[in-house]
Design a protein around this ligand. Structure first.
Ligand code: ADP
Ligand code: MG
Length: 478
């Protein structure tokens, strides 16, 4: 039986291979394994939810045709998705979803843990489900993939992450209450706040955790007032053990909602229940929020999150690739991480665009393709590297002054710093050799050429020197 599934799938693959370009075939079909054939249903295993969605979006027609060809008109395909469930139950296990009319056939309860029970994902949970019952059964709206496991730690987010981790291990009992995470957009506030909620749920299943966006909170409140359920609304929130409210700056100007939130906040705080807030600014800079609320936001810890450095960006991309079960060349990952330094959401967006470009235009995923894609889609993030800046970085590294590079001195380390400045200026700027020479100690173009050759020769022949140049290169790029 098992073998038959493999055979059927191999036959399908032959057809598929003839119909799409090799790179897409390699990316999207080679990682698939056939696991079962029963009746007319072939089950294939795919590495991730993302993978499944991609196949359904881009290859459903082809898949349907080939399955019909192999198994007849009744033939159907089912996906089995590898779920990394290491956090909770002993995994990995698989979940199944039949193919066909995509949205209609996915069982939301299984495949989309963050979808609300019914209706569109905009719908907010009914706060008044089981009034009077001590143990609330609510949809906590947590997104499973936003876990600590999937959250890469770097200097940029260390404080926020450790505070979050501490809170998750001891909700309401640490000094970090409320915990306020703030940063510009796309730097992981939402992700981290979910991670805390998920971790609490793992460690303390009896605790009620709720994630809401501030907009949801506002709308719920408006609805509650309209339907005379104001008290139910307040009681509901006062029963939550760990309350996560995302983008709290959106409360600005909503006086009535601020008022009700003030009372909920006080109640939860008195009971030592945990409150986690996120915001795009620190409390001192928030506008349109009552002072009494602002002062409460400062009771616990406000932790900021910064833009991740190059290495962290690479680690984030690699984690994503790994989770999605996708392989792309290391130099492409580095290229993306290097060039997209605005925020992580854009980095992820660029990576998805790149996959799309490669699949749809039938091109290999290469640095060249990434470059074209970035030129087209991701503007405004090309940072100009100037000769001055290069000199500054190099001099800092050598612990010498920039003036010494401009001087006539022939001291060994200064000569080397000067040559390296020329070399990197040639590499990273569009300046002519003459102008580089002029700015690096008033030398002529031949000296610059000689410097570049010397550095290049050393890079090629001396491993240690190469490592050193690469390190400097990274420092200059960031
Ligand atoms: P914010 O709420 O600050 O706007 P998000 O939490 O929505 O940002 O993060 C944007 C995207 O970047 C999400 O897909 C998230 O998973 C990802 N991300 C952010 N920080 C990290 C991190 N440290 N490790 C892995 N992924 C991250
Ligand atoms: Mg967010």
């Amino acid at each position: 039986m098992e073998k038959y599934a493999v055979e059927v799938w191999e036959n399908c693959l032959k057809v598929i291979k003839d119909n799409i370009n090799f790179q897409s075939y390699k990316t999207w079909f080679l990682p698939i394994t056939a696991v079962k054939l029963s009746e007319k249903v072939l089950t294939i295993q795919v590495p991730s939810q993302f993978f499944y969605e991609w196949l359904e979006e881009h290859y459903i027609g082809l898949l349907k045709k080939t399955i019909k060809k192999e198994l007849g008109n009744e033939g159907r395909l089912e996906y089995s998705i590898i779920v990394d469930n290491s956090d909770s139950e002993p995994g990995p296990y698989t979940i199944k979803m039949p193919t066909g009319d995509k949205k209609a056939t996915i069982n939301p309860a299984v495949s989309m843990p963050y979808d609300l029970n019914k209706g569109s994902s905009k719908e907010i949970p009914n706060p008044f489900i089981i009034p009077g019952l001590k143990k609330l059964k609510i949809n906590s709206q947590l997104i499973e993939s936003y876990s600590f496991d999937n959250f890469i730690e770097g200097d940029c987010n260390r404080l926020a992450r450790s505070a979050g981790f501490a809170v998750a291990g001891n909700p309401g009992k640490t000094a970090f209450n409320p915990l306020l995470l703030y940063s510009q957009t796309g730097l992981g506030k939402t992700h981290l706040s979910h991670a805390i909620g998920l971790q609490v749920r793992n460690l303390f299943p009896e605790k009620t955790v709720l994630y809401v966006t501030t907009d949801q909170f506002i709308n719920q409140f408006i609805d509650a007032v309209k339907s005379n359920n104001h008290n139910d609304f307040v009681h509901f929130y006062q029963m939550i053990d760990v309350l996560i409210i995302d983008d709290i700056h959106n409360l600005a100007g909503k006086d009535k909602t601020q008022d009700v939130f003030f009372h909920i906040f006080n109640h939860l705080n008195q009971k030592s229940n945990q409150i986690i807030l996120t915001s795009d600014k620190p409390p001192v800079e928030m506008k349109g929020i009552e002072p009494r609320l602002l002062s409460r936001f400062k009771w616990g810890l406000s932790a900021d999150m910064q833009l991740p450095d190059f290495e962290t960006r690479i680690a984030i991309l690699n984690k994503k690739l790994y989770n999605d079960g996708i392989q792309i060349p290391t130099e492409v990952v580095e290229y993306l991480a290097y060039n997209i330094n605005t925020n992580i959401r854009e980095l992820e967006g660029a990576y998805i665009s790149l996959l799309a470009q490669s699949s749809l235009n039938k091109k290999n995923i290469t640095v060249e393709l990434a470059r074209q894609m970035i030129d087209k889609f991701v503007k405004n993030n090309v940072r100009e590297i100037s000769i001055d800046y290069i000199q500054k970085v190099i001099c800092e590294y050598f612990k010498i002054t920039v003036a010494s590079i401009h001087s006539k001195t022939r001291k060994r380390n200064i000569v080397q710093a000067r040559q390296l400045s020329m070399y990197f200026s040639k590499k990273h700027t569009n300046s002519s050799l003459a102008s580089i020479g002029h700015q690096c100690g008033n030398k002529d173009h031949a000296t610059v050429l000689h410097a570049c050759r010397t550095v290049n020769n050393l890079v090629e022949t001396d491993k240690q020197f190469r490592a050193f140049v690469e390190e400097l290169d990274k420092k200059i790029k960031f």
